[in-house]
Ligand binder design. Structure first.
Ligand code: ATP
Ligand code: MG
Length: 263
C-alpha cells in the first residue's frame, strides 16, 4: 500500500509553494507541473476549466476579466465575491483552487496527500484562519493544521536543511522575523525552544506588501502616460494588466539597478 504523506504549504498573496519531509526528514520543496518551485497565486477561468499559476498570470494580459489575483487579501470578507462569466467565487474558492494545483503537483511526485500544514500571517484573525482551513478541506484535504508564517520562518532558520533531528540539539533562542511579502508585512519576535516555538510579539500590517509598491508605481506611470499622451491606461483592463506585469519587472530591476526603463 502507498504511504499517505503530509505536506507543508506556504499559501501566499502572490506566490505559493509546497514542501514535504523526505526519507531523511529534510524539508524539500516540490516543483509544480511547470517545474517551478513557487506558483503564482493566480487563477484563470476558461469555461469550466480553472488554470492556476504562471499560465494564468501570462493570460491575465489577454483576458484580465477571467483572472483572479491576491485572494488572500480578501479572505475572511464574508460577502466578497469575484464574478466571472456569471459565476461567483469567494476568496476561499480561489484559495482552494491554488491549493488543489499545489496538491496535485505534490501527489504526482510523492503519492496521495491527505493532511497539510498551511502557513498564515501571525496577525490573521480567527475567521481568516477558519477560512484557510475551509479552503484546504475544499481542496480535498482531510486534515488541515495551521502554522504562523514567522514560526515557520524561525524553524527554517534554526533547523535549516538539517531536518527535524536537529531540533533536539538546537539551542533555545529568540529570533526576529521580518517578512515583507506580496500582500502582508509581518514583524514577529519568535521564541524557539526544543518542544515549543511561539510568537511572543508581533506587529506589522496585513495590507502592506509588494503589490502596494506595484500599485504606487503603476499609478505614477499611468499619470505620466496620461500627461504625455492624453490616454489613461488605467481605464482599459488589458492595458492596466500589461502595465501591472511591466511594473513587476521594473520593480525587480530596481532591486539590482538604480534606474530602469519601461518598454
Ligand atoms: N527581486 C525582487 N525585487 C523586488 N521585489 C521582489 C523581488 N522578487 C520578488 N519580489 C516581490 O516580493 C513579493 C512576493 O514575496 P513573497 O513570495 O514573500 O510574498 P507572498 O508569500 O506571496 O505574500 P504574503 O506572505 O504577503 O501573503 C511580490 O510582491 C514580488 O513582487
Ligand atoms: Mg509569504
Amino acid at each position: 500500500m502507498q504511504k499517505v504523506q503530509a505536506v507543508g504549504i506556504d499559501l501566499g498573496t502572490t506566490y505559493s509553494c509546497i514542501a514535504h519531509l523526505n526519507e531523511h526528514g529534510e524539508p524539500v520543496t516540490i516543483p509544480n507541473q511547470e517545474g517551478e518551485l513557487s506558483t503564482p497565486s493566480v487563477a484563470m477561468f476558461d469555461g469550466a476549466e480553472v488554470i492556476v499559476g504562471t499560465e494564468a498570470l501570462r493570460h491575465a494580459i489577454v483576458n484580465p476579466r477571467n483572472v483572479v489575483q491576491h485572494a488572500k487579501r480578501f479572505l475572511g470578507k464574508s460577502d466578497f465575491r469575484w464574478e466571472i462569466d456569471g459565476r461567483y467565487f469567494t476568496p476561499r474558492d480561489i484559495s482552494a483552487f491554488i491549493l488543489k494545483k499545489l496538491l496535485s503537483a505534490a501527489e504526482e511526485r510523492i503519492g496521495p496527500v491527505e493532511s497539510a500544514v498551511i502557513t498564515v500571517p501571525a496577525q490573521f484573525s480567527d475567521l481568516q484562519r477558519q477560512e484557510t482551513i475551509a479552503a484546504g478541506k475544499q481542496a480535498g484535504l482531510k486534515q488541515v493544521d495551521l502554522i504562523n508564517e514567522p514560526v515557520a520562518a524561525a524553524l527554517c532558520y534554526v533547523l535549516g536543511s538539517e531536518g527535524m533531528w536537529f531540533a533536539e540539539l538546537a539551542e533555545e533562542q529568540r529570533i526576529l522575523v521580518y517578512d515583507l511579502g506580496g500582500g502582508t508585512f509581518d514583524l514577529s519576535l519568535v521564541k524557539y525552544q526544543k518542544d515549543e516555538v511561539n510568537v511572543i510579539a508581533s506587529g506589522g500590517d496585513l495590507k502592506l506588501g509588494g503589490i502596494d509598491w506595484n500599485s504606487t508605481l503603476q499609478a505614477t506611470i499611468a499619470e505620466q502616460f496620461f500627461a504625455e499622451f492624453g490616454v489613461n491606461p488605467a481605464n482599459d483592463p488589458e492595458s492596466l494588466q500589461y502595465l501591472a506585469n511591466e511594473v513587476e519587472q521594473a520593480k525587480r530591476s530596481l532591486t539590482v539597478r538604480p534606474k530602469t526603463t519601461l518598454a
